[in-house]
Design a binder for this molecule. Sequence first.
Ligand SMILES: *Cc1c(COP(=O)(O)O)cnc(C)c1O
Length: 238
Amino acid sequence: MSPADALHAINARISAAERGAGRTPGSVTLVAVSKGFAAASIAELAAAGQRRFGESYLNEAIPKIDALSGLDLEWHFVGPVQSNKTRKIAARFDWVHGIDRLKIAERLSAQRPPELPPLNLCIQVNISAESGKSGIAPAAASELVRSVNRLPRLRVRGLMGIPAVDAGPADLRLAFRRLRELQQRLSSEAAAPELDTLSIGMSDDFEVAISEGADLVRIGTALFGTRDPVRPGRREFP
Ligand SMILES: *Cc1c(COP(=O)(O)O)cnc(C)c1O
């Protein structure tokens, strides 16, 4: 399948899921997760109309962002954020999905260059209650959202969640639904930021996520194909 065909196929599935859930056509945003794939492949998808791309590893992402800087793309950091990486993430990305600690958010705010608009953030919530997995506990999310939202150079846009890999269909749906309900609850609290972006759904579960209220889906494999762990960032479309 050509990159344009792969993109059209995913967009058709997103549209069908929107229709099936009675949602406004075009209300779900696609972030194409390009980790593991070369700048040339990203450029092909950009030529087919895709503007938002996600990356998980800073060292892999920076050369690609540099190579494609003429294309006016929107870059989303979707991996874990280590504190020694915050300066470059704050300078080079438009969005960060997956903040679960105030300290990291404080660094991103302090390091966001003054000439750029505030950095958009989603707070990662542990929606499957697995120990050792990243994401803040649901009960602690309200306080973190408020604290992060007080930082001057950040804008909290919503919550992000990744269900347990072994979640069955019912658990998956329930995890997404609980996150949406949490986001709605936080939005209605006094002095809460307007949360307009529920960031849930990946290649294997984005249609379920859309039926449970996803505003933004992060899709890699279903668009680009399987990643090559040995040569990260270098695979190209066949
Ligand atoms: C890699 C990744 C994705 C994309 O995963 P696929 O299963 O390839 O669609 C989405 N979100 C995050 C946080 C990721 O790390």
